[in-house]
Design a protein around this ligand. Structure first.
Ligand code: ADP
Ligand code: MG
Length: 324
């Protein structure tokens, strides 16, 4: 595409030098990345496996607060993408990065972004394989395409839940939404645990084996448990009933809940808030409950999502954060 004035490319020489300095080390010498010196990368096919591909973008002021530390933005970017691969039962191996640097992002900010990405690529054992770099008059925008392998035909879909299955979630639910409130200074967070859950989610790649063995359907919890479970119900053509009083809470979330005047409203807030980056899945009725998962509901014939507290149906309202 021709360069436009609204979305200018960086000038050739600058772009080249900076890509080499900032991003070439992040390839770890991966064979198909060609040291980021070619127009494109090559991913050799892997016999017996499917390539799973996902992409998430982050926009400053929408998905992270203005002024967030660049290294944390990079790490969150990688982690939200790995969360999608985790929910699909995939084993990540690489990613393609796009960055639109705003004017305000100086060389140090850009270097910090690359450092943060480097740290997490190493932590999760994956390579940067390519990307694109542009500059923008607007807010910082960055996006990653993450790649993973699953045994052929075995990606865990949103579709697949069967009447009689149980619904399970990993980790704890609601910390992401409370963490955003904590970052915005709306609620106390003395130990900083909630804010850190929001800033730096932890993709549940550890669940891969269990999900592949026992899950009939799975999704990552990014829009809120209620919304993401509803996606599974819709894709599977079943009804999901969630017991909101069963959702697993972290210590800080439980403390917050105790201080709330309206328990029902508060539970709904935890179950509909976004950014948890856990996994919601459905398990065959005869499957053992895998470690690290909590049963929070059931699948039945019908459609849609029903939420109940103490066995009584409650209306979750709009049910789920929609990113702007
Ligand atoms: P083009 O001129 O086709 O846009 P570029 O000069 O943007 O190509 O890219 C040159 C090489 O650098 C390619 O291998 C590309 O994948 C890589 N690259 C560019 N930007 C990034 C980035 N932000 N992260 C990783 N690789 C990048
Ligand atoms: Mg090119």
């Amino acid at each position: 595409m021709e360069p436009s004035t609204r979305w200018p490319r960086m000038s050739g020489a600058d772009e080249f030098g900076e890509i080499a300095r900032l991003f070439r080390p992040l390839t770890h010498g991966a064979a198909g990345a060609f040291d980021l010196m070619d127009d494109a990368a090559v991913i050799p096919s892997r016999p017996g496996f499917d390539l799973v591909v996902t992409k998430d973008a982050l926009v400053e002021g929408v998905h992270f607060p203005k002024g967030e530390a660049p290294d944390l933005v990079a790490r969150k970017l990688l982690r939200v993408n790995l969360s999608d691969l985790a929910a699909k039962g995939a084993e990540p191996f690489g990613g393609f990065l796009a960055v639109a640097w705003p004017k305000a992002y100086g060389a140090r900010d850009r270097a910090r972004f690359a450092m943060g990405l480097s740290a997490d690529l190493e932590a999760f054992g994956i390579d940067l394989l390519g990307g694109d770099t542009v500059s923008t008059e607007g807010p910082f925008v960055t996006s990653l395409t993450a790649l993973g392998w699953v045994p052929e035909g075995r990606m865990i879909r949103r579709r697949g839940a069967q009447p009689g299955d149980r619904v399970a979630v990993s980790g704890t639910i609601g910390d992401g939404a409370l963490g955003l409130s904590a970052v915005l200074g709306e609620i106390p967070d003395p130990e900083g645990q909630l804010a850190s859950r929001y800033r730096l989610p932890f993709p549940r790649l550890d669940l891969r084996e269990a999900l592949r063995r026992f899950a009939t359907a799975s999704a990552d919890v990014s829009d809120g448990l209620v919304a993401d479970a509803r996606h599974v119900a819709a894709a599977s053509g079943v009804r999901i009933t969630l017991d909101l009083d069963q959702i697993p809470l972290s210590g800080p979330a439980a403390s917050w809940l105790e201080g709330q005047p309206d328990l029902i409203e508060a539970l709904i807030r935890l179950a509909t808030g976004g950014d948890d980056y856990e996994v919601v899945c459905t398990l065959r009725a005869d499957a053992p409950k895998p470690a690290g998962l909590t049963i929070v509901g059931q699948v039945s014939e019908g459609e849609g999502l029903v939420t109940q507290i103490g066995g009584r149906v409650v209306d979750p309202g709009h049910g789920g954060w929609r990113h702007g």
